[in-house]
Ligand binder design. Structure first.
Ligand code: FMN
Length: 330
């Protein structure tokens, strides 16, 4: 009998579609709807270091006047941070109590300090895994790429030593050598690498003449970078690859699995189209497997990875060759 199940970071998923952070992963109601849609696992909305720090700061604004003792201010602002963290832990606990599918807690942090300790505590609330989105904006002209990359690796090593549960790092693709970075991250012992995050970029509103941010939802979805690097890295590393960004339909899921991804993550398509998108993807994946005579995901996963295809050109340069060959006259 046909099965869509897969293993990702040691977790058994009934299918390779994970709901990534989106408005539905913020509360229990959305999470239950997600499970009912047939999704294989859920990543809860990230606990954002900067957001919590600033919420805690704004809770404290106005308190300075009557808090004469500096220690009291520090104590209360820490208590305020704890309040937001506790709320998140409560969501993790409730999600685990209500859902049968794996629940992956998520943290978005720029510093290792207390945030790794918080991530470690997810285990006590029952989370099945933790996904860490660590992003350093290279804003200092004097800092080299290798210095930034070593910060990522130092962070991943520390995270691995502190967090004993399945751990993934969600990264962007702005490294000068993705293969080296992905391999080095995998060598730190993390269980999964989520390739890639789509970072929201700044834009300008020319009517209000102010800095804005781009539209978060992009209907078309550009999955090209995710596909290439999944295909090139899937057989090079021990960590599992979860393909993310630009996945909008079943055919892109099939492509990511053929390239060697263990699982895929979707966010925008569910935010735009609701949970019918999940059913369409699952039906489409099942239909494709039927048409091609595959009973299990493992029967075709990685068939078109760079290692299996054999010809490195196909994932590195062939698109240019194909494009130009159409214009050749001799
Ligand atoms: C509405 C919305 C909220 C998101 N919130 C988070 C978040 O809290 N943490 C995070 O790491 N990524 C967040 N993301 C990024 C997604 O998890 C995902 O990496 C990105 O949208 C690319 O996938 P997609 O093409 O399927 O949307 C969010 C995306 C959307 C659309």
């Amino acid at each position: 009998m046909k099965s869509l199940s897969t293993q990702y970071m040691g977790l058994k998923l009934k299918n390779p579609i994970i709901l990534g952070n989106c408005p539905y992963t913020n509360d229990l109601d959305g999470l239950k709807k997600a499970e009912d849609s047939g999704i294989g696992a859920i990543v809860l909305n990230s606990l954002f270091e900067e957001q919590i720090d600033s919420s805690a700061q704004s809770d404290m604004s106005g308190a300075e006047g009557f808090l004469t003792h500096a220690d009291a201010f520090t104590f209360l602002s820490q208590a305020s941070t704890e309040h937001y963290v506790d709320k998140y832990m409560d969501l993790v606990e409730k999600a685990k109590a209500s859902l049968d599918i794996p629940v992956i807690a998520s943290i978005n942090c720029t510093s290792d300090s207390m945030w790794l300790d918080i991530a470690r505590r997810f285990a006590s609330c029952g989370a099945d895994a933790v996904e860490i989105n660590h992003f350093i904006i290279p804003a200092d002209c004097k800092e080299t790429g290798s210095s930034i990359e070593s910060k990522y690796l130092k962070f991943a090593k520390k995270a691995r030593s502190v967090i004993k549960m399945p751990l993934s790092m969600k990264i962007g693709w702005h490294f000068s050598s993705i293969p080296n970075m992905v391999k080095s991250l995998s060598d730190t012992g993390v269980d999964g690498i989520v390739m890639f995050n789509h970072f929201f970029r700044p834009d300008i509103d020319i009517e209000k003449v102010c800095v804005d941010s781009e539209n978060t939802l992009q209907p078309k979805g550009d999955y090209g970078d995710t596909l290439r690097w999944t295909a090139m890295m899937s057989s090079e590393i021990d960590a599992d690859i979860c393909a993310s960004t630009g996945i909008r339909n079943a055919s892109t899921v099939v492509k990511m699995l053929l390239a060697g991804a263990k699982a895929t993550q979707i966010s925008s398509v569910v935010s735009m189209n609701g949970f019918s998108a999940v059913k369409e993807i699952l039906d489409g994946l099942g239909d494709w497997m039927d048409r091609h005579g595959y009973e299990k995901v493992e029967d075709f996963r990685g068939l078109l990875s760079q290692e299996k295809v054999g010809d490195p050109q196909s994932w590195e340069r062939s698109v240019c060759l194909k494009l130009y060959s159409g214009f050749r006259t001799i």
